[in-house]
Design a protein around this ligand. Structure first.
Ligand SMILES: *[C@@H]1O[C@H](CO)[C@@H](O)[C@H](O)[C@H]1NC(C)=O
Length: 465
């Protein structure tokens, strides 16, 4: 039986034979020789310079095409015969953006080749892959009221003090806030209520692919069925979290879950009593807290609802985690690498209350956040701004800790998670110099080859920030 780490120390029920035999059924070694491993730091600067030059050239060319109104369809062979068409620049796809008004928004970003393994049949988890930093995390389940007189109101994220926050960054046995905090008995639910049956289903998933649509902000994109192996169809949980509003909208459009609650490959899980008024903040719950929602899962993949998955999840795990010896994989931003730029951009596009952004940013600067310096070989990340629409993770203690910490930032400050990513990573890194956290920040073009990108629904729901 598989060993599990870092969760709630629960003994796992083995209810499905397919599940218990999960990793054993992978056969011996994968194309190990095909794995191209490059030093992450070595040559990064050169690569950045080159990619800048390349980007500039490509962009100019595409701008030229765009200006002259040519419709371009890219038929690229990606990896193993996955054909990608109609790749759109993400400037065009963002839900909360005004329609493109100038050349800048016409920038196109293309996918690049990713050498996925040929098939899932021969995949096997590398020996000792989970032999990483071991410690045990527990999560705050309920909070007491401090006194009879205070204006206590239970909240999903709890009431973590700054002192508790400081301690939570230590990679050691600890109990920390990580969402799903309940109030004392008698208080109303703090939200993210799920059916018992759904909870039972999620509890036994060993590998989970999940996504969410809250507030009807998007259409439902089914994974490209022919690219998903029979193996994964049988053994991987594909869960789409929706609220009731989205469910009725989907139903009205003819997308009704079948008797077992599926629409295509997606198991539709209805979330009642959303914990935040801000739908985007609510979306961060399934995005960051997959280790809480799928407590037995060894691996999980997060996918924004604007993306249609078109690669088998096991191939994704093999490539981004196993082959790179990584516990957590996220892509860097296609445009921006410095949090300073990200702050500017968030304000320019009015993504969030400016005062709240300033407060968060000032806090981070006072706690050591510095500008991204691509020329400094000691810079611990290839970029300080992620493109977080796609995250692959092994549920190791360090990865789970990072997920909780990042979630807590989004709960405490703004819901713009690109603003807190680097701060959280760097603080975790400098607090635990002797504990490695193997984070693979991969190129955005690789993310683009995994999934087809779409625009969000054209008419966004009212923004409640
Ligand atoms: C913006 O954020 C600040 C600081 O968090 C808050 O005091 C203010 O009420 C917010 N403004 C709006 C319009 O929500």
């Amino acid at each position: 039986m598989m060993r599990l780490f870092g969760n709630n120390n629960e003994q796992l029920p083995e209810r499905r034979d397919t599940v218990s035999g999960f990793f054993k059924s992978f056969r011996k070694t994968v194309h190990g020789s095909r794995a191209v491993r490059r030093g992450r730091r070595l040559g990064r600067t050169t690569r950045i310079k080159f990619s800048c030059l390349f980007l500039t050239l490509t962009t100019s060319f595409l701008l030229y095409l765009a200006v002259f109104g040519l419709k371009v369809n890219f038929h690229g062979k990606i990896g193993n015969s996955i054909s990608v068409t109609e790749v759109q620049g993400e400037h065009l796809t963002s839900r909360d953006q005004k329609p493109p008004t100038n050349k800048h928004h016409r920038k196109q970003h293309l996918p690049c080749d990713v050498e996925f393994a040929e098939s899932v049949t021969y995949l096997v988890e590398p020996e000792g892959f989970m032999n990483v930093a071991q410690f045990s995390l527990e999560f705050v389940e309920t909070e007491e009221r401090q006194s009879e007189t205070d204006l206590y109101k239970p909240r999903f994220g709890g009431h973590q003090t700054l002192e508790e926050r400081e301690k939570s960054f230590y990679a050691t046995n600890q109990k920390l806030h990580c969402g799903f905090v309940k109030g004392p008995p008698g208080y109303p639910s703090t939200g993210f209520d799920l059916d018992e049956k759904d909870n039972a289903y999620m509890k036994i998933c060993k590998v989970a692919v999940s996504s969410c649509i809250f507030g009807s902000s998007d259409f439902l994109r089914r994974p490209t069925s022919k690219q998903i192996s029979e193996y994964s169809k049988k053994n991987v949980c594909f869960v789409m979290f929706v609220d009731e509003q989205t469910l009725s909208k989907l139903s009205a459009e003819g997308n009704t879950p079948d008797d077992k609650g599926y629409i295509g490959m997606w198991k539709i899980v209805v979330v009642r009593n959303l914990p935040y008024k801000d739908m985007r903040r609510t979306g961060k719950v399934p995005k960051f807290l997959s280790h809480r929602l799928f407590p037995s899962a060894r691996y999980s993949i997060w996918l924004d609802s604007k993306m249609r998955l078109q690669i088998d999840p096991m191939l994704i795990i093999e490539y981004f985690l196993w082959r790179k010896k990584s516990e957590y994989a996220i892509s860097n931003h296609y445009d921006r690498h410095c949090v300073w730029e990200e702050v500017q951009q968030n304000k320019r596009l009015n993504k969030y209350n400016h005062t709240a952004i300033d407060e968060q940013f000032a806090f981070y600067q006072s706690d050591g956040l510095v500008k991204f310096d691509p020329l400094n070989p000691n810079t611990p990340l290839p970029s300080y701004v992620p493109e977080g629409s796609f995250i692959v993770r092994a549920h190791t203690p360090m990865s789970n800790l990072f997920s909780c910490l990042w979630f807590n930032e989004v709960d405490r400050f703004t819901s713009r998670d690109q603003l807190s990513f680097a701060y959280t990573y760097l603080k975790l890194w400098r607090t635990n110099q002797d504990v490695p956290f193997n984070l693979n920040m991969f190129k955005d073009c690789e993310r683009r080859s995994l999934a087809k990108l779409f625009r969000h629904r054209p008419f966004p729901p009212p923004n409640i920030d």
